[in-house]
Write a protein that binds this ligand. Structure first.
Ligand SMILES: *Cc1c(COP(=O)(O)O)cnc(C)c1O
Length: 378
């Protein structure tokens, strides 16, 4: 019997439960205890960001961003259609209108050359998504934003431990969101963080995260009581989640380097196949250091993707595709606007196959995946 190869297997370091037990012994289970503080310090040190705040998801961090930027009904937010729903949802919740712009052929990231043609008087922000942990062309995007007085929110859900020209993803825009969902590199089941890079937004970010109160300032002794300051919600995770996450952050370097080795091995194994034409491998621009979040291939247009996925599954290899472009989804059509043809979005999203990538995937398993893929598309 051949062994089944799962698409994803959440990695645990082994210390998660010890730290959760420690949080319990500390009698501190709600948020913003010592584990949360350790995570905050690690994230700001590692990213160089002004402030990091744990949230219960990347979705929550994006929703906080929309609140922080005072997004109002009718405001337009430029983003790719080729992304996860949360990128758009966060702004639609405030009445904002996602304006979908096409992606680049090479990185599948927002095409910076098309951003300016999408800007109108209602445009408020640009949301670059660092797909597969490969950075968007941030210098150009930041320059466009400054020239037009727009904010930039990095959806860095997949981007922790990756850099652009040596700068951490998440530290470049005014705001940024990380995800620690179990499908990401560093995990806490569900989890995320908001990175605040504009110092002027720090205090309000704390308030919005704590149900709209200045409780954080109260705990620091800066005010003598805490009160309702503005619209907010409960965006912070419990200490139990922060304790789990701390065990992962301690090992973030090792997790990244093990994933990089697996990524590189796929890249080498599939080189001959790319040379023969049935697929192309990921392209990483020189100025981007990625984090091996994902290994995908783009099948030639003549190859039936569902057939490839079925054949892999018949060999007990579980692969997936994503995303159904937001502009073609029911809610995307209802709430969004499309700029241009989105030709690259449509064609690339129909060709993409993600291969299993998790810490513990063996060279033997990778050989089997590459061989099955080769046999299927040849
Ligand atoms: C995973 C992901 C999210 C959502 O992250 P959660 O932590 O599950 O809320 C948002 N955007 C992108 C691009 C993602 O990959």
């Amino acid at each position: 019997m051949i062994e089944k190869i799962q698409f994803n297997r959440p990695f645990v370091t082994g210390r998660e439960l010890d730290y959760i037990a420690e949080a319990e012994r500390n009698n501190k289970l709600s948020g913003d205890g010592s584990f949360t503080k350790r995570c905050h310090d690690w994230l700001t040190r590692k990213s160089g960001s002004e402030k990091a705040l744990l949230t219960h998801s990347c979705t929550a961090a994006l929703e906080m961003s929309a609140l922080l930027l005072d997004i109002e009904p009718g405001d337009e937010i430029i983003m790719p259609s080729y992304t996860f729903v949360s990128t758009a949802n966060a702004f639609v919740l405030r009445g904002g209108v996602p304006v979908f712009v096409d992606i680049r052929e090479d990185t599948l990231n927002l095409d910076e050359r098309l951003i300016e043609s999408a800007i109108t008087e209602r445009t408020r922000a640009i949301v670059p998504v660092h797909y597969a942990g490969v950075a968007c062309e941030m210098d150009t995007i930041m320059e466009i934003a400054r020239r037009h007085g727009l904010r930039v929110v990095e959806d860095a859900a997949q981007g922790m431990m990756a850099t652009y020209k040596g700068r951490a993803l998440g530290s470049i825009g005014d705001l940024a969101a990380y995800s620690f969902h179990e499908t990401k590199n560093v995990i806490s089941g569900e989890g995320g963080a908001l990175l605040v890079n504009d110092p002027a937004l720090v205090l309000r970010a704390e308030i919005i995260r704590e149900k709209g109160t200045d409780r954080s300032r109260f705990f620091r002794g800066e005010v003598d009581k805490y009160t309702w300051q503005e619209v907010g919600s409960s965006f912070l995770p419990s200490e139990l989640i922060a304790a789990f996450l701390w065990a992962q952050l301690e090992e973030a370097e090792r997790i990244t380097s093990e994933r990089m080795a697996i990524w590189q091995r796929y890249h080498t194994l599939l080189e001959p196949l790319e040379a023969r034409g049935p697929l192309r491998r990921p392209i990483v621009p020189n100025e981007c250091q990625h984090n091996a979040h994902m290994y995908y291939v783009l099948l030639d247009r003549t190859i039936d993707r569902q057939h490839v996925l079925d054949e892999l599954k018949r060999s007990d290899i579980f692969s997936v595709f994503h995303y159904v472009p937001l502009h073609s989804s029911p809610a995307g059509q209802r709430y969004g606007r499309v700029q241009g043809e989105l030709e690259v979005t449509v064609t690339q999203s129909e060709r993409l196959v993600r291969l299993p990538l998790w810490v513990g995937l063996t060279p033997g398993q990778q050989d089997r995946i590459a061989k099955t893929l080769t046999d299927t598309v040849s």
